[in-house]
Ligand binder design. Sequence first.
Ligand code: F1P
Length: 346
Amino acid sequence: MSFTLREIESQPETWRVVLRDLQAQQETLLQAINHLQFSRIVVTGCGSTYYLSLFAAQLLRLYSGFEIQALPASEAWLLPALFPVDDTLLLAISRSGTTTETIRAGEAFRAGGGRAMAVITCDAETPLAALADVVLEAAIAQEQSVVQTRSFTSMTLLAAGFAYLLGQRRDRLAAMQNLPEELTRLCDRHHNLPVAWSDLTVYNKTFFLGSGPAYGLVCEAMLKVKEMSTGWVEAFHTLEFRHGPMSLISEGALVVAFVSDAMRQAELDVLRDVQQLGAQIVLCDDGKSDLSQWRPEFHISVDPGIDQWLRGVLFLPLMQRMGYFRALESGLNPDQPINLRQVIEI
Ligand code: F1P
């Protein structure tokens, strides 16, 4: 069996371990965080972990109230004038902990006098983790694959846990324990959908849409399908889609949207418009969207009790499977994606 597919399918068990460890470490983590002085957080990473930074920054803003900024690690390293070091917590995210730009961003931050740094990673024995005051590790989620699948979703859980801890939302932290079971239910229910979405005689371009923290997660869905299948895939903030990208819609377009509560009706209106232009819609929500006037071609819903901004982490494994099956459909090997390496060292 392909190791990429094995890693995708191992997510419920992997999450169970990650969440159990997070729950067990919450007091220690909180104490370590409380020792740090900061009023602002800058989140950084590269590739998948840059997209995770976009998600984490907005979730942290919503829950903790700190001033937040997200930057690709290359810019945090080479354009340090983009953010003040004083009073900043640098949160660096990296599966490997060895990506050059992310290490350099951490080193530049420390060299510039940065006094608070946290790292989210799958490997705590690395140069990046060595720079940090606080490390959140998902060692169990480490991968053989080039493309990030279970590592990404596991680090997403850690980022959400970090936001809930900073925002003193123990209720949210405790509720995360239900996610592995919900993921199993979702994957069982929709096992064959990613195969249907991989019929490249039907679909010739794919768009992922999301708002707020969900935007970072739809960017990751886009990157996954692109890395594995090399197809035409893009991601946009949902309402931004009307401002230009709409012109790309025609028969053969598949539009996948992670819908929020906060912006639900405005987001649904976009989907209805693009459907009228010929696209097929994959609506991902909590089952509470008003569909009395129209019907998406595909509808995936999770338990409405789940944080609206964390729902996307449950939809991602289905999108990872779409990437996997599209790669096979295109005659590619998902275990050996074209032109990519697991770690970029420059
Ligand atoms: C970052 C990253 C991965 C991508 C590729 C190259 O790695 O951009 O997201 O899949 O393999 O490296 P990391 O810093 O998170 O280890």
